[in-house]
Structures are given as structure tokens and as C-alpha cells.
Write a protein that binds this ligand. Structure first.
Ligand code: NDP
Length: 335
């Protein structure tokens, strides 16, 4: 409905559901647009930044009040002016939080090749969060067998996959999460060697020392703030930190100071941020590898499914309260 100040949590009342009868059910002639029926929509933490108006252009455009929110989604093609997409195809890419979307910017629209897996996976394990985990772990972390790996927000869309990739590589894997239910899933469903509830253990340094008596080689950073500081104090020589996200900072406006950065020098640590958008060239390679892992039973994926657009605002705001258990998505329609 309106832009948010940078220093507060988003609320459900910042969004509204509007009925409209202006749906255009055909692609205008001569256009290369694609008309889709939206099936699944994604809730992602970066969407918080789009809710605030920025003076400088960001890597993703700000939302425009009064127009539909946009995010990644899975849809079925109802009409197409584009040679790569045919009626009846399933596709994933940027779409609107609405029942039907006319997608005019098809540059990043991807045809779904594997329709024998749940289609919702294309906004999770086989979509943007999956590619983030893949590129972040294999490209940025330079992992080696036997290394000690720590992941924050470990049960989420990205984290649960990073942990499973690290396990497959033969690493020792520990995750943090914000509830006992999530810790239980990490240890008993996702195969992490160890996990802890950071809300119950405010002494993060102590928790990390217990889990990593010999220190951490790789930190996959999803939360920032106090966790980053505690990790810096527990990194090993030549460690790597992949800065994927810092969700603890997204609603603060002014960011927390980090105090232990000197560890980067003494321990020769490489700390590197990355954007998934720079890795779409690896998408088909990633998709085939992960589909194979899934079919071999080597990887599982946990989703948190909200039913209907009317529940979308609560699903999105829930990310920042840790209400989601696994990848948060919204079902608009199943067929
Ligand atoms: P998740 O599915 O992990 O959902 C967000 C989770 O973050 C919550 O469930 C909660 O889990 C945790 N969280 C929320 N607030 C806080 C807080 N104040 N302190 C600590 N933890 C918090 O999200 P994703 O897996 O989709 O995203 C994970 C990270 O990756 C985010 O930071 C996101 O911005 C980033 N990202 C970066 C990309 C890139 O290209 N660099 C692409 C995609 C994602 P819990 O209960 O455990 O606290």
C-alpha cells in the first residue's frame, strides 16, 4: 500500500488484497509477452528492501505502491507471443502476486523441464534459493572434504540446502536456527551433524566453541550482526565466509557494528558477498545435478506452504519473525 521506513518490521496491514476485473486473457498481437496463470509464489527476505523507497537505485527495483508485489513464481502458460514458451508449458521467473500475470520481461523466464517433481520446487530447491545455495557453497566457499562448516538460518530455503551440499562433500556440518522444532529438523531430517537454537543460547561464542572445538573453516552467512561477530572469533586459519544475507539487519535501518573484523587479517580469512543473479549461467547444470540428487534420495527439501493470496502478507512478514519452517511459499492454484 505504501513505502515503509527502513527501520521497522513489515506488517500485514502494509499490504492489501484487491479484486479487479481488468484481467487481459490474451497476449496483445505482435508482443513477445507470456500470459501465465500463477500457481506458486515465493516469499523471500530480499523483498523487505523493495518495500522501502531508495534514493539510489538498488540491485532490485523498489515496489510501487498500488501495484502488485512481484516475486519469483511458478506458472502455467495460457498464451504466448514468445517462441520459447508454448501454451501449456510450466515456467518459473519473476511474476506478480495476482492470479494471472502478463510477463513482458521474459529475459529471466525459465521453462520447467522436470514436471515429475513438485512444481513448487522451482521457487525453492530448483529455483532462486537453490541456485543461491549451489553458487554460494561451491563457488564462494571453496569447500574441501573434511572441513568444518557452519550455516546460520540453516533450516530456511537456502540454508537447508547448503547443509546438505556440505554433507555430500564430506564436511562436518552445524547449523543454527530459531526454534527447537527447526533444530530437530536440522539434526533428524536434514542430516546436519549438530545444530543449536540461537534464541535459547544467547552466548553464541560458547555455543560455537561447543560445536566447533577446533574452529570453523567455512561460514555460510545468512543473518549478520551478533552471529557474525561470534563466528569471526571462532574461524580457523584460511577460513572462508560466504556473505549470502544478513537478515537480522534488514529491519534496523542503521546497521549493527561488527567488532571482530580484525580476525580477517590474523587468520587470513576470505569474506566474500555474492548475488545469485550473477550465476544464472549455471542454472541448467545446477538443475540437472540437484534433480539427480533428489531422485537418488540424497537431498530432501522442506517447504512451508501458505494457502491462497489472502494469506500471502502473513507469509511474507513471517520470514522476519522466523515463523516459516523451511521454504516459505504461497499456493495460488495447483493446476
Ligand atoms: P529463510 O527461509 O531462511 O527465512 C528467513 C529466516 O531467517 C527465518 O525463518 C528466521 O529463521 C531467520 N531470521 C529472521 N529474522 C532473523 C534475525 N533477526 N536474526 C536471525 N535470524 C533471523 O530465508 P532464505 O533461505 O530465503 O534466505 C536466507 C538468507 O539468504 C537471507 O539473508 C536472504 O536475504 C539471503 N539471500 C541472498 C541471496 C543472494 O543472492 N545473495 C539470494 C537469496 C537469499 P530462524 O527461526 O532460524 O531465526
Amino acid at each position: 500500500k505504501h513505502h515503509l521506513p527502513p527501520d521497522r518490521m513489515p506488517k500485514e496491514s502494509d499490504m492489501e488484497l484487491v479484486a479487479t476485473d481488468t484481467v487481459r486473457l490474451r497476449v496483445p498481437s505482435g508482443s513477445t509477452a507470456v500470459l501465465v496463470k500463477n500457481l506458486y509464489l515465493s516469499c523471500d527476505p530480499y523483498m523487505r528492501s523493495r518495500m522501502t523507497k531508495h534514493d539510489e537505485p538498488s540491485y532490485v527495483p523498489d515496489f510501487v505502491p498500488g501495484t502488485p508485489i512481484s516475486s519469483h513464481g511458478v506458472g502455467k502458460v495460457l498464451d504466448s507471443g514468445h517462441p520459447d514458451f508454448k501454451v501449456g508449458d510450466y515456467v518459473w521467473g519473476m511474476t506478480g502476486w495476482e492470479e494471472y500475470s502478463l510477463i513482458t520481461s521474459t529475459e529471466h523466464l525459465i521453462k520447467i523441464n522436470h514436471t515429475d517433481v513438485p512444481l513448487s520446487y522451482y521457487i525453492g530447491i530448483l529455483g532462486m534459493p537453490g541456485l543461491t545455495a549451489y553458487a554460494g557453497f561451491y563457488e564462494i566457499c571453496s569447500p574441501k572434504k573434511g572441513e568444518y562448516v557452519f550455516i546460520s538460518a540453516a533450516s530456511g530455503a537456502v540454508g537447508q540446502l547448503v547443509g546438505q551440499f556440505a554433507k555430500l562433500m564430506g564436511c562436518y556440518v552445524v547449523g543454527s536456527a530459531g526454534s527447537d522444532e527447526k533444530v530437530n529438523l536440522l539434526k533428524n531430517k536434514l542430516g546436519f551433524h549438530e545444530a543449536f537454537n540461537y534464541k535459547k543460547e544467547p552466548d553464541l561464542n560458547k555455543a560455537l566453541k561447543r560445536c566447533f572445538p577446533e574452529g570453523i573453516d567455512i561460514y555460510f552467512e545468512n543473518v549478520g550482526g551478533a552471529m557474525l561477530d561470534a563466528v569471526l572469533a571462532n574461524m580457523r586459519l584460511n577460513g572462508r565466509i560466504a556473505v549470502c544475507g544478513m537478515i537480522s539487519q534488514y529491519n534496523l535501518g542503521k546497521h549493527d557494528g561488527v567488532h571482530n573484523l580484525l580476525a580477517l587479517i590474523a587468520k587470513c580469512i576470505r569474506m566474500q558477498g555474492f548475488l545469485v543473479s550473477n550465476y544464472y549461467k549455471c542454472y541448467r547444470e545446477f538443475e540437472e545435478k540437484v534433480v539427480q540428487y533428489m531422485k537418488e534420495g540424497k537431498i530432501v527439501y522442506i517447504e512451508d506452504i501458505a494457502e491462497g493470496l489472502e494469506n500471502a502478507p502473513s507469509a511474507l512478514t513471517g520470514l522476519f519473525a522466523g515463523r516459516n519452517v523451511g521454504k516459505q511459499l504461497i499456493v495460488v492454484a495447483r493446476e
